[in-house]
Design a protein around this ligand. Structure first.
Ligand code: PAF
Length: 290
């Protein structure tokens, strides 16, 4: 099993050597508990770079008080095996003091606005933790390309904005959400669901599918699409809706109408028992020509 690298100096020198060999370096930032969704990110990274690094770091600053930092799964041996069989060149698994040498409230980076809506409104400080750790990982690894999943749609939008605003020299790529056969988006948090909750959780994808179908059939009123999302979710008694939004895919501003001019995304968050799940789907207003 691949030995993880913990030290900043070591990861830097390995990356420098890869660059000297003329290799393009890719980074897949993760919090571990790897599943098929992560494997897809690694595959895409492999296809676009020559030296693939997976970081595994359960970042304390993106968890709020009362959230699942303590119980977040940390199956390191399993993760290392997954990385090895996916052809990862290096696993970077830094400690908290390596990432936060002066403690976790020393220096931070924040993208106001984009970070304050949707997930940010429900989880104050979450995106500040995400942008801070992602910038640190970019500085530690200096990748040419970094890959994120569409599942965390707002996260990739916030990170993209940070990279543009701070002129961080990294290319970003987003990989479509990987789903189970019943449509449930793969997530490390799905393991918290009991079988009944797991079944109920499929309503998120049903709601998004109905929204996509309505738009494909000609619906252009965002409020009607929100209504479809809400009604579908509310039909499942175990699910407590947090938000159902139809927003501009870049600015995340709520939309009035859907049009070809602005890419739109439907975003959902719901609680099932003690587990909070999110999902999203891009809404294409271009009719399928077939
Ligand atoms: O998406 C995640 O797993 C995390 O938010 C990330 C990007 C690794 C930052 O901790």
């Amino acid at each position: 099993v691949t030995e993880p690298v913990e030290s900043a100096a070591r990861v830097r020198s390995i990356v420098r050597e890869a660059r000297e060999r003329g290799q393009r370096v890719g980074l897949v930032p993760t919090m571990g508990a790897l599943h098929a969704g992560h494997v897809e990110l690694i595959k895409q990274c492999r296809a676009q770079t020559d030296f693939v690094i997976v970081s595994i770091f359960v970042n304390p600053t993106q968890f709020g008080l009362g959230e699942d930092f303590g119980r977040y799964p940390r199956p390191l041996e399993h993760d290392l095996r997954q990385c090895e069989s996916a052809g990862v060149d290096l696993v970077f698994a830094p400690s908290v003091p390596t990432v936060y040498p002066h403690g976790s409230s020393s220096t931070f980076v924040e993208v106001p606005g984009l970070s304050d809506v949707l997930e940010g409104a429900s989880r104050p400080g979450h995106f500040r933790g995400v942008t801070t750790v992602v910038l640190k990982l970019f500085e530690l690894v200096r990748p040419d390309l970094a890959i994120f999943g569409q599942k965390d749609f707002q996260q990739q939008a916030v990170i993209r904005r940070m990279v543009e605003d701070l002129h961080v020299p990294v290319e970003l790529a987003v990989v479509p959400t990987v789903r189970g056969p019943d449509g449930l988006a793969l997530s490390s948090r799905n393991r918290y669901l009991n079988p009944e909750e797991r079944q109920a959780a499929t309503v998120l994808f049903r709601a998004l599918s109905r929204a996509m179908q309505a738009v494909a059939a000609g619906e252009r009123q965002a409020e009607q699409v929100r209504q479809i999302l809400r009604e579908t979710l509310e039909s499942e008694p175990l699910v407590k809706l947090n938000y159902a939004e139809v927003a501009d895919a870049e600015t995340l501003e709520p939309l009035g109408n859907l049009s070809k001019e602005r890419a739109a995304v439907a975003l959902l968050a719901a609680r099932i028992g003690t587990t909070r799940l999110i999902d999203n789907a891009l809404l294409s207003v271009v009719r399928c020509p077939l």
